[in-house]
Design a binder for this molecule. Sequence first.
Ligand code: PEP
Ligand code: MN
Length: 264
Amino acid sequence: LVSRKWRVHPTVLDLGDGIHLGEGSLSIVAGPCSIENEAQMEVVMQHLVQSGVRLMRGGVFKPRSSPYSFRGLGLEGLRDFYRLARQHGLRIVTEVMQVSQVEEMLDYVDVFQVGARNTQNFNLLDALGQVDKPVLLKRGVSGTIEELLHSAEYIFSGGNEHIILCERGIRTFETASRNTLDLNAVPILKEKTHLPVFVDPSHGIGIREHVAPLALAGVMAGADGILYETAPVPERAASDGQQTLNFDESARLVEALRRTYALR
Ligand code: PEP
Ligand code: MN
């Protein structure tokens, strides 16, 4: 069902307010790795509005390698995130980690994110097939392109056709970067599926200085959207600060993304 053979026309998701995701426009999703507090949300939102970015990312349920790391503000934080975002005219993308969270998050989410550790959580994918909110599905840490498409198929066949695929780097033998951003996946996915394809260069390389060039490369490779991390003081971020852009870097990237997309 997610194949181009089944549906020729690209799927474009309409989030209302003139916000469309998919072929024909470049979507930019930016924000902190973790939602930390109201003051942080407020300054990020002001930055995004100033930059003309309509979608904000931020996790309240965080999958952390160590159980002692910051694991997110949870549902209460999500309610604040959603309320503040609405006040700023922003849409939010936030990670859901387990089936039981789907229903409790539903009223406070614009786009559910399925993280790389849950790409093959088939019960979660089934549950997301039942909701009428879009799902941004990340590629698994060690997942093939084919496996990503099969995971999308779970959601689509359950009845939810609003899916975005996201390349976020895979685990390879390389240790110089956090992951290996597989830009090959972009043209291959665009050829194979009618679904929108995004690139996440932040998790893809994990090194702040290199996020922007990879974001631009993602656009030139054919991505319909770029998702990256930005925060007021990356050095003090509760998670993923090493790959998070400050607002100056973020504003410059947004400009460069628009110029690059215009060249395509
Ligand atoms: C994130 O977006 O902060 C995240 C945890 O991403 P991933 O699942 O790609 O690691
Ligand atoms: Mn992160």
